[in-house]
Design a binder for this molecule. Structure first.
Ligand code: ZN
Length: 272
């Protein structure tokens, strides 16, 4: 599932090729990908609009359409948003095709179709934005803020970090990685994590997300950037998907446990 670094990589790719282009034609091949209106309404509303900035909020890609309107895309498990170069083969499982001005196409493909595309007006956007937690790479993600918020919750700190209403963009991979770097046991209740540990978690979250962006994200199977290339961060993972392998710090075998139906990877020796 794409997390913050993967979505950020796609956004940066799209920001170089999409803004300023008009949407000439929209074709929807799978109606279930469009939320809140019929594919025909969706297509009619987008055709003729001009795309402004492309940005990210949490794990969502946000296309500014002007007049407060926005097109939002969530990639779900296996979604891909692509601007193919000339001569690139068409992706499989194509869900939506947008023909843009000056000879480009913006394609949405999705094997399992848990992703979605939807439009919001200014009020819809403010409502959506307001329900999401703090961006971990923003200045608002302070030690004070994180410490305050964690005091109120007995939820395991790893599960806590993945709650999008608290902190956005951190999913299963980067929560495990950040807690390893911070040397904090993922099973501990959030409210019992000490202030200096909260400081380490904040640093580790920002560090691992930034490094993963630098390596254009983590690809297991499905994730691709907007040109169809794999992310390179997989080889840099220290605990995720590495249970049974030696810890990079102490050499003991890494463990896997299940928390809130998700796998957590950690070192029992290094993380206390
Ligand atoms: Zn270890």
């Amino acid at each position: 599932m794409p997390e913050l670094p993967e979505v950020e990589t796609i956004v940066r790719d799209l920001a170089g090729s999409v803004p300023g282009r008009g949407i000439q034609e929209v074709e929807v091949f799978h109606a279930d990908l469009i939320e809140g209106e019929t594919p025909a309404e969706f297509a009619r509303a987008l055709q003729g609009r001009r795309v402004g900035a492309v940005t990210r909020r949490a794990k969502n890609i946000v296309f500014d359409l002007g007049r407060g309107d926005r097109l939002l895309v969530n990639l779900g498990m296996t979604g891909r948003l692509l601007v193919p170069g000339r001569g690139d083969p068409a992706p499989t499982h194509l869900g939506v095709r947008m023909r843009l001005t000056r000879g480009r196409e913006l394609l949405y493909a999705d094997t399992r179709r848990f992703g979605r595309l939807w439009r919001v007006d200014e009020a819809g956007w403010r409502d959506f934005d307001g329900r999401l937690g703090v961006e971990p790479l923003s200045d608002r993600f302070t030690v004070e803020h994180l410490y305050e918020m964690t005091r109120k919750s007995r939820v395991a700190v790893k599960t806590w970090l993945m709650d999008q209403a608290r902190v956005v963009g951190v999913g299963n991979i980067y929560a495990s990685e950040a807690l390893f770097r911070a040397r904090v046991d993922p099973r501990r209740p959030a409210s019992e994590v000490a202030r200096e540990e909260v400081e380490r978690i904040r640093e580790a979250v920002r560090e691992v997300l930034q490094e993963a962006i630098d390596f254009r994200g983590t690809t297991f199977l499905d994730y691709r950037d907007a040109s169809g290339n794999r992310g390179e961060f997989y080889d840099r993972l220290r605990v995720y998907d590495r249970d049974g392998q030696p810890c990079t710090r102490c050499n003991r075998p890494l463990l896997r446990v299940v928390q809130a139906n998700r796998s957590t990877f950690f070192c029992e020796e290094c993380q206390r």
